[in-house]
Write a protein of this length. Structure first.
Length: 97
């Protein structure tokens, strides 16, 4: 599986921060979305955001795909809404480095 790199603006989401993902993981990585928690399907991912390693999820909402930024990553990177970040992500479980 290939890593995907992109830049995105940090936005305040429904519950926490998120960035819009500019590709469809189902197509790009030939994966099926899976159940993440009750009522939500998506993709488990790992990667780096501004050089900091993380694990997260890509989920659909409002006909777009969003990668969630958890509180730990937000704290480590000192993110604020509106920041432009560099990301490199791949499916969790991928052995590619």
């Amino acid at each position: 599986m290939k890593k995907r790199s992109f830049k995105a603006e940090v936005l305040s989401g429904h519950k926490d921060y998120a960035v819009e993902v500019p590709f469809d993981p189902a197509w790009a990585w030939d994966l099926d979305a899976k159940a993440l928690w009750r009522g939500r399907r998506g993709f488990e991912v790992k990667g780096k955001l501004n050089g900091h390693s993380f694990e997260s999820y890509i989920v659909p909402r409002s006909k777009r795909l969003w990668m969630l930024i958890n509180a730990e990553l937000k704290r480590k990177t000192k993110l604020r809404v509106g920041d432009l970040v560099s990301l490199s992500i791949e499916p969790r479980g991928s052995d590619e480095r």
